[in-house]
Design a protein around this ligand. Structure first.
Ligand code: HEM
Length: 508
């Protein structure tokens, strides 16, 4: 394989060299016409102004002026790689998705990212890390767009824009400010679990290779009989999970702020291909009611539900053009295939809309026709036109039904059914349990890890000037675990007894 590749490379190199020796390929404008001079603008005589009729100059500047597309509104900083997912376990009793047929090899593209900080921001900064995988399956593309941490800050999509506004730099100063995001989070007790994880050293992974990935949400698996199971996905890094302390992250940043991208590209270039095993946790619909929290709440993990390995992913090829491949990649939780459906998780339901919507704006109406996004299956439907459409549509039937149409829906791919009761409503979920899992996570850490968490969190919480906001936040951490709350209160020079008194009024 590698000999074939190197032979192909030498042939390409030889062809390029021959072309160069024979006068090289001719540089053209975008209309294909040859460029006469790419070094000197056309001027009116030796001392006169530059002429508007120099179409090469105009086009070169016009194209340069338009090189950027909007950066992702979140997860702007990222790096991608290609690979393959090999399914290893027969789970046809759970899902009819063919991607899980044992032995099936599905090409994938993965984009890792940080969340809040902009494109080209230091990769050492504290943040959850995105772990999005596009599976080019033989039934269409399936995108599993997850994070390294297994839970999220909020549980309802309606809060997402406000949360992101509070975490992004302030509109009046362009500076990220803990006063703003803790003001927001003091109204979101359900964020206590995620904040505890993100301020632990898991918020600063050493590399993308050395972190896990999680679906965070439950999805629904639907089998050939139409039966439903709820599943959470977990990518376990075969490189192990490794993290940086705040001091280590600062030391790395002093030397290199692209360390995660460099690490991934470097490992793949030298043939040290990173791998992850994919695990699922499975619940039957009737089990959902048996937990003392809501298992479809994205702020929760499913403790004590066994994990089953269903396949392995290997990343083995770097993109050759970051813009064309990684930047234009459009991963979306709405890219689903038969047998995999969204659960009723209120956060996921909003994501089903938001990603494809932002991508129409960020990448373009026909962005899914780009090579990085195009399914390996053929796309046949009557969606049409729109800007930058490179399609090759033929014929005059562009509607359905029609006596002359040769397209039809496949009833086997119908969505599953969900029994419903009650009225429409706007109310929070019933089983919130905002603090318990934060405490469980805190207690699962070693003494050193707990100390790092408290110091990392105190670094930001200590900057909060509003006493009410600070003590509300302290009360949440106190409610999660009294030792945690006390240590944090001491670290920010606050009164632990006041935090304790406020925590006593909270209900889990
Ligand atoms: C309602 C909640 C959320 C909303 C509205 C939302 C919205 C968005 C938007 C608009 C983007 C940019 C997409 C693009 O331009 O291509 C994005 C990217 C991303 N989000 Fe979310 N998000 C939410 C929650 C989450 C959660 C819970 C996770 C993890 C489970 C997550 C993981 C990601 C990842 C990994 C990316 C980057 C995808 C890529 O690499 O292209 N998001 N999100």
């Amino acid at each position: 394989m590698s000999r074939i590749r190197s032979l192909r490379f030498s042939l390409v190199a030889l062809a390029a060299l021959t072309a160069f020796q024979a006068g090289a390929a001719t540089l053209t404008r975008d209309n294909g016409a040859p460029v006469g001079d790419n070094q000197n603008s056309q001027t009116a005589g030796p001392n006169g102004p530059v002429l508007l009729q120099d179409v090469q100059l105009l086009q070169k500047l016009q194209r340069f002026d338009r090189e950027r597309i909007p950066e992702r509104v979140v997860h702007a900083r990222g790096t991608g790689a290609y690979g393959v997912f090999v399914a290893s376990k027969d789970i046809s009793d759970l899902t009819r998705a063919k991607v899980f047929t044992p032995g099936e090899e599905t090409p994938v593209f993965v984009r890792f990212s940080s969340v809040i900080h902009g494109n080209h921001s230091p990769e050492t900064l504290r943040d959850p890390r995105g772990f999005g995988t596009k599976f080019y399956t033989r039934e269409g593309n399936w995108d599993l767009v997850g994070n390294n941490l297994p839970v999220f800050f909020i549980r309802d999509a309606i809060k997402f824009p406000d949360m992101v506004h509070s975490l992004k730099p302030a509109p009046d100063t362009n500076i990220q400010d803990p006063n703003r995001f803790f003001d927001f989070f003091s109204h979101q007790p359900e964020a206590t679990h995620m904040l505890t994880r993100v301020y632990s050293d898991y918020g600063t992974p050493t590399s993308y290779r050395e972190m896990d990935g999680n679906s965070v949400h439950a999805y629904k698996f639907v089998n050939a009989k139409g039966e439903i199971h709820y599943v959470k996905f977990h990518w376990k890094s075969l490189q192990g999970q490794k993290t940086l302390t705040a001091a280590q992250a600062e030391a790395v940043q002093g030397k290199d702020f692209n360390h995660m991208t460099k690490d991934l590209i470097g490992a793949i270039n030298k043939g040290d291909y990173p791998k992850w095993d994919l695990y699922i946790q499975v619940l039957k619909p009737e089990q959902l009611a048996k937990f003392d929290f809501d298992p479809l709440d994205a702020t929760k993990i499913w403790p004590d539900v066994p994990e089953v390995k269903i396949g392995t992913m290997t990343l083995n090829k770097n993109p050759s053009n970051v813009f064309l491949e990684t930047e234009q990649a459009a991963l979306a939780p709405s890219n689903l295939v038969p047998g995999i459906e969204p659960s009723e998780d209120r956060l996921l339901q909003g994501r089903i809309f938001s990603y494809a919507d932002t991508q129409f704006h960020r990448v373009g109406t026909n962005g899914l026709q780009l090579p990085i996004n195009r399914p390996r299956t053929s796309v046949v439907n009557y969606n049409q036109d729109g800007s930058m459409n490179p399609g090759a549509k033929q014929g005059n039937v562009n509607y359905e039904p029609s006596e002359r149409a040769d397209l039809a829906a496949d009833a086997a791919a119908k969505y599953s059914r969900l029994p419903l009761s009650g009225t429409t409503q706007q109310q929070r979920i019933a089983r919130t349990q905002n603090f318990k899992q934060a405490g469980d996570f805190y207690r699962s850490l070693s003494a050193q890890e707990q100390a790092n968490l408290v110091s990392n969190l105190a670094g930001d919480l200590g900057q909060v000037k509003d006493d009410g906001v600070k003590y509300t936040m302290l009360s949440y951490f106190y409610k999660a675990d009294a030792n945690y709350g006390r240590a944090l209160a001491q670290a920010v020079k606050a009164d632990p007894a006041r935090a304790q008194a406020l925590a006593a009024k909270l209900q889990d």
